[in-house]
Design a binder for this molecule. Sequence first.
Ligand code: 16G
Ligand code: ZN
Length: 538
Amino acid sequence: STLLQSASRFLPPKGINKLSYGTAGFRADASVLQSTVFRIGILAALRSLQTGGAVIGLMITASHNKVSDNGVKVADPGGEMLTQDWEPFADSIANAPDSESLIQLINEFVKKENIPLDGAKAATVLLGRDTRPSGESLVEAAKHGISSVIGAVGNDMGVVTTPQLHWMVRAKNTDMKPSASELDYFDQASTSFRCLIDLIPKKSHQGIGKLIVDCANGVGGEKLQVLKEKLNWLDVEIRNSGKEGILNEQVGADYVQKEKVVPQGFGPHDVGIRCASLDGDADRLVYFTVISNGNNQIKLVDGDKILSLFALFIKDQLSIVTDDTNEYQPRVGVVQTAYANGASTKYLNQLGLQVIFTPTGVKYLHEKAHEYDIGIYFEANGHGTILFSGQFLCWLEDRKSTEKGMEKQNAAKRLWAVSKLINQAVGDALSGLLLVEAILQHMGWSVDKWNELYHDLPSRQLKVKVADRTAVVTTNAETIVEKPPGIQEAITALTVKYPQGRCFVRPSGTEDVVRVYAEANTQEAADELATCVAKLVD
Ligand code: 16G
Ligand code: ZN
């Protein structure tokens, strides 16, 4: 069969570690990924068949990893991450040693899932890649995998951000835009952004100065340039767009958030200016300012602060549109992980919002946020978005046109524009950046004013190399250690010694390490607590 022929051309190299789909798809050195990507091409085509011919996404990226790495992940019909039920199948086919065992696994799975392989339905897979040099040949491998499934076609979108690919998948399947393209993405983002700006009350309309964006020398640079040309009065300077240095090397959101120093190309001349960083595939966003005489230190404005800004704005606008006489009261939920700074959670609670915790990983936060009419989620590392329920959007559409009173109607229009601007499929640094900029302009706020919403508690993250990270098992959204026995009692005993102390350990989903997070009222205390707890798991 054609599958057997092409499968034998893509065999896994001997002697590599077992691959795992993990929190965010397969990632490894690009040189070992050909067969994995070929096989995930097959998986994506099967998923399309199983979902009645819906468009499925396949993205080649390793996000903020070094340039020699690459990876692959799959987007489901709604644009969200591949359903978790299919992850074991992804793992098993990626690790099948030869074509015969691969084909056997596929046949078993097709039978079990009742996937129609008769060619009656067409399967479509949308392909995208970031700017890594290995991307092109990996996309070719994926196409071979897709076309080895009868009736399946791959549509190559070329170099796109991860969120753009997810957006297109979603738009094609659920927004009734079968022809949705990258151009539509840019149009929708720029139109809804302009709408938010036009709705700013005249009195608070004031310049907030320019923004400088570190694009991690990745795909975000060229895409932000397109948005900048569409919004020609948007005062943004693009740095690290790809020509200045190496992808993710001392640049980008992951580096800035973890190291808390300026990225390459930034320095004392930028003191006082609002700056932002994207990661390598533009699905994470953080802001920062350069500290004067600070030896390249920064003041970080992380995902928790972006979340708080969004939550505040949404809550304000919602309170204008709704009143007690409305029989329909939209439910707002805010979703965080244990990494959220304790001060942010306290702030959100004080706003009267319900805060829920999930384990680390976008798929968990996204799923939780879906349970609300407006679900806002962010990881501290800068990945997050806002989800709106269909029921809420219907209600809002009605308010937008029938509501008497200018301000009520305007608030409804603003919320509507937010739902169009923000990427409902996945966290998106570009649309997130436009929303932050629109809200700051609306409020007439400087980045410092925004940063003053609350003061972060000092925190410390450490990682401990261990022989077997799966020995650590956690519960309660990763805040409690279940196994090995005794560890949690020891962590608690240490933590209570420090005012405002909080500490947890969890096995990483992406590296062979156990991570430690500690927070306390002083930096010294947070450092000490993290160090002591790290010794417990060593
Ligand atoms: C992945 C996740 C991210 C999570 C990180 C944690 C996605 C798209 N990305 O990058 O959400 O914060 O892993 O890494 O889900 P860790 O398990 O190594 O700490
Ligand atoms: Zn990323």
